[in-house]
Design a protein around this ligand. Sequence first.
Ligand code: SAM
Length: 414
Amino acid sequence: MSQILPETQGWPVCGRRRCDRVSRGSVAGSGWLLLCRPGFEAECAAEAVAQWRGRGGGAPQVTRGEGWARLRFPRTALEPAGVSFVALVFARQGCWLADGIETQPFDGPQGVLERLPQWLAAVPGVTEILVEAPDGEAARRLWPACRSLQERLEGAVSPARRGSQEGLRLHLVLMTTGEVEVGVAPLEGSSPLAGGIPRLRHSREAPSRSALKLEEALKFFLGEEGSRLLRPGMRAVDLGAAPGGWSWVLARRGLQVVAVDNGPLGRGALDTGLVDPLRADGYTYRPERPVDWLVCDMVAPPARVAKLVGLWARRGLCRRAVFNLKLPSGDRLAELRRCETIIRRELAAGGGSCELRFKHLYHDREELTGYLVVEGVVGNPPARTRTPPGPRGRQGRKAGSEAGGGRRRGHRAG
Ligand SMILES: C[S@@+](CC[C@H](N)C(=O)[O-])C[C@H]1O[C@@H](n2cnc3c(N)ncnc32)[C@H](O)[C@@H]1O
């Protein structure tokens, strides 16, 4: 198994109604501390500043380091209608810098234990404590200290409060060997995982490490709904499938997958018996009847992938999609917004709408993962229906042969 954590436990869930606004808890803070992938600090800060200003806040002062960005607000603010750091795209983790107790000296675990009661008194309502450090090269050396401090803090929150679904999470972020940031966030507004980093183990059966990207995406975006939304018997198309990691992830959940690629699939995916390889161009392949899931990991310009996903959605060819946008260096935030607009426009042109989310997941590198739920498409789903072919377990079936011949049988270009 590539997952260690149980399906429903310990994951930040980004379901639509859960992560937009987090209304519980009232947090007085002097700023935000955000953790992200090293190299993405500028995007992380820019997105957060836009969020803050969009809520009517004054211009914050921004500091950045390796794997983190800090916003300091002109004056102490009470948490507005509820910000969710989970909903930010580039931040893996985030918290309010707790007013009056932020930026403390770190003088070892004993010092933290001694000062903890004072911090807890300053932020009433804490039900959970998380110790973490940024993902930069220097700060990573603090990860073992974080784990050991986390263990020592076991039991620091009163048993009556522990495990509560409501309340606040106290974040102790070891920034350097001598400094700890003390922050706070509503339970649903930040990740319960240290640094927002999931522990997933690569399975030897998986055809590629890319499998971890989809595993993480499904857990992040679907959370406890995963087993309802990914069920045996459902049908999926995987565009840019080779060597087959994503197809393998879906097949292990019992889905039937048409795996489209110019290149060959690895044995791991084929051995599931549920993956049907198809040598075809991912841009022009269309299923002859709608599928439950589209996944797309093609190495392609992000706007082109966005257009393709939008087109599938507009035509009602898939109900849900997970896709990667490989972002070029430069203004990645602007590129993301452009892709978002392309998808929304495409859907609106077909009279539909969607739930659309993005996240820079831990297993993403230069790419972002998108999640789309198509709603109210009144457009143009293909009229023909036909039972999909079973898995054939052989390589190299040509595009068009699924239904016995290209355009005539429902494989349409563009
Ligand atoms: C990053 S790999 C996909 C890895 C895969 N998701 C996995 O888990 O093993 C990108 C794939 O996209 C395929 N690809 C790129 N352009 C394509 C196109 N126009 N049509 C079909 N496949 C394409 C490449 O052949 C390559 O196998």
